[in-house]
Unconditional design. Structure first.
Length: 346
């Protein structure tokens, strides 16, 4: 495992050493601030490199939210045929250009760096050289403290091991507990911000329930595993969570999901500033309505007798020269029309 990750050990340790040299110009080179800020800077470098993956994650999350109604229909239609259901799901993903795994890309991409940093700090705690760190730098980092807690110590370390680094177990556990609480809280608020601000609340889907579960599961996982993380790794994850929260806040404010609370707030802000152009959907709807009104013909007025008889049809007038029915000339027995009598002329 160490052989496989050795290039990452070199990369992580090299970045930390370069920033440590920079911060040593301001702080004492053996201080926790110089080494702690080096770890914070490592996070910033990694997160800047992962911005393209973060953009893909945002797009994938939005696409998954939009596809939830269609996915639900496929699940209901092929609930007894798992293979056909999977085929239709994959077809839907291909047609819409959606990758379900894209939402996990930033976490997966960070994992090797996290493992490399974890192993680097473990080597430092055991006073072993790692990557490009020489013996003097390992000794300096090993004795560096953040609020009295050495960056290589953990909550579960024994009192004797902590004493070797010149610290007290109570201080180490107090600092680690506070950092674990901050780490879990930042993770919770990041997920909560996504759920309350950037989700279309008009569409109730299983995806929303999954996100709600993750909102509570992830902070709990951080709290459980955090007791085994060195202080330096806690600094790493706390910085990562704060970066994610700020980055997500920026994206939500400027490119929110349509139908979400953040989208409505953004539309309202633009409307007050007079910058909101009418949406194409609304414009087309108005044009269609106006065209329908123009094409609609008003029915002609009819008298009461016309409405009661004839179903609203206008009575046909007899043509000129024709006689109304019932007044046709009578025929004689020979079949010829009889001449009108003198009385009829009168």
């Amino acid at each position: 495992m160490n052989t496989i990750l050795s290039p990452l050990y070199i990369a992580v340790s090299w970045i930390i050493v370069q920033f440590h040299r920079l911060y040593s110009l301001v702080f004492d080179e053996d201080s926790g601030w110089a080494w702690g800020l080096s770890i914070v800077s490592l996070v910033i470098v990694i997160r800047i490199a992962l911005i393209p993956l973060f953009v893909k994650q945002i797009k994938s999350t939005r696409n998954m939210q939009a596809l939830q109604p269609q996915m639900k229909k496929i699940q209901e239609r092929y609930k007894n045929d798992r293979q056909r259901q999977s085929e239709e799901m994959m077809k839907l993903y291909r047609e819409t250009g959606t990758n379900p795994l894209a939402s996990c890309l930033p976490i997966l991409a960070q994992s090797p760096f996290f493992i490399a940093l974890f192993q680097t700090l473990s080597h430092i705690a055991n006073n072993q050289t790692v990557g490009v760190l020489n013996a003097d730098q390992v000794d300096s980092a090993r004795s560096a403290t953040i609020f009295g807690a050495p960056i290589a110590t953990r909550f579960m370390d024994s009192a004797s091991k902590v004493a070797e680094l010149g610290a007290s177990l109570g201080t180490v556990r107090t600092v680690t507990i506070i950092m674990i609480i901050l780490m879990s809280a930042s993770q919770f608020f990041t997920q909560r911000q996504l759920m309350t601000k950037n989700v279309n609340l008009d569409v109730k889907t299983p995806f929303m329930n999954q996100q709600k579960m993750l909102m509570y599961i992830f902070p709990l996982m951080f709290a459980v595993f955090g007791i085994n993380f060195p202080v330096g790794v806690l600094i790493y994850w706390l910085t990562t969570n704060v970066w994610s929260m700020g980055q997500q806040m920026y994206v939500i404010a400027r490119n929110p999901t349509p139908g979400s609370l953040a989208y409505k707030e953004r539309q309202e802000r633009l409307r007050k500033k007079g910058k909101l152009a009418e949406e194409p959907v609304q414009t087309d709807a108005k044009k269609t309505t106006e065209a329908a009104r123009a094409a609609r013909t008003q029915p002609k007025r009819q008298s009461k007798s016309q409405r009661q008889s004839g179903g609203g049809q206008q009575p046909q007038r007899p043509a000129q020269g024709s006689k109304p029915e019932g007044q046709q000339p009578k025929k004689s027995q020979s079949g010829k029309p009889s001449k009108p009598s003198a009385n009829s002329k009168k």
